[in-house]
Design a protein around this ligand. Structure first.
Ligand SMILES: [Zn+2]
Length: 273
């Protein structure tokens, strides 16, 4: 009843500006129309994911026409909290902690608990039970807060403890967890504790796809060059021999002299006199 006086906020897509509320997404951070939501879905992203990024990045996420390389380019950040190498660009940096897994014994469990009998005040006799097995829990010991930096070449964690600088091509796999990332190198896990997990995972996916596409293009290009070189190699002697036969025929028919034929032949074969 009281809601009657509250003016309902008008639907407005945060990506394309469409005011068509039909089947649109209404989130706490903004609205997204059906068309834009579909475009996001094609990239395996939810509408909530879109609001992790800046307005420009959000628009690019939704543009299905943008290929992976272009999309990655649009995520580049001007500044970086570390010195970048030549050809290295920063794509993300933010507060994060490092971590180390510690195994801690938190209790014991037995197949048979036995019976406890109180003999006198404060003294208990335990009977029939086996010692049981230790319950071990894995806890993550966290470092002081530092910075996690993601570039097209490296994963860097700048912290006082458990920091790392890992070249991207050394990473075997990345384990995405609700509160952080596990970056595996040679079966050792490096931990990053961050609240930006989803955002970082999306950027890593975009970068990986862009790199894959660049590698594919490079492979295609070198394949074409090899093919061209091979056809050139095959064609050259054949066409040269054909041409010589043509001149031989002219000589046999008496149209050109033997000296003229020899000169032409040497010219075709690339001999210098
Ligand atoms: Zn839209």
């Amino acid at each position: 009843m009281f809601g009657f006086f509250e003016k309902k906020k008008e639907f407005c897509c945060a990506i394309c500006g469409s005011k068509d509320p039909q089947e649109g997404f209404r989130g706490a951070k903004g609205d997204i129309c059906k068309n834009c939501a579909d475009a996001l879905e094609k990239r395996d992203l939810t509408c909530d994911d879109a609001f992790l990024f800046t307005e420009d990045q959000r628009k690019n996420l939704c543009n299905p026409a943008l290929d992976a390389v272009e999309l990655a380019d649009s995520f580049q950040i001007e500044k970086a909290p570390l010195v970048l190498q030549e050809g290295e660009y920063c794509y993300y940096y933010g507060d994060a902690c490092g971590g180390r897994i510690q195994t801690v014994t938190t209790g014991y469990t037995g197949r048979n608990k036995g019976v406890s009998v109180q003999i006198m005040k404060g003294v208990t006799y335990h009977t029939g039970g086996s010692a049981g097995q230790a319950v071990r829990e894995q806890l993550i010991e966290s470092s002081p807060t530092g910075r996690f930096v993601l570039t097209n070449k490296r994963f860097v964690l700048l912290t006082a403890l458990y920091g790392f600088d890992i070249p991207g091509d050394k990473v075997q796999t990345i384990d995405v967890r609700p509160d952080g990332l596990g970056i595996y190198v040679k079966n050792k896990m490096h931990i990053v504790l961050t609240s930006d997990v989803r955002k970082i995972a999306i950027i890593i996916t975009i970068l990986t796809n862009a790199t894959k596409q660049q590698q594919e293009e490079r492979k295609q290009k070198s394949l074409e060059t090899t093919k061209k070189r091979q056809t050139r190699k095959k064609q050259a002697p054949v066409s040269g021999a054909d041409e010589i036969m043509k001149y031989k025929k002219l000589m046999d028919e008496g149209i050109i002299t033997e000296a003229q034929f020899e000169r032409k032949k040497n010219e075709i074969l690339g001999f210098t006199e």
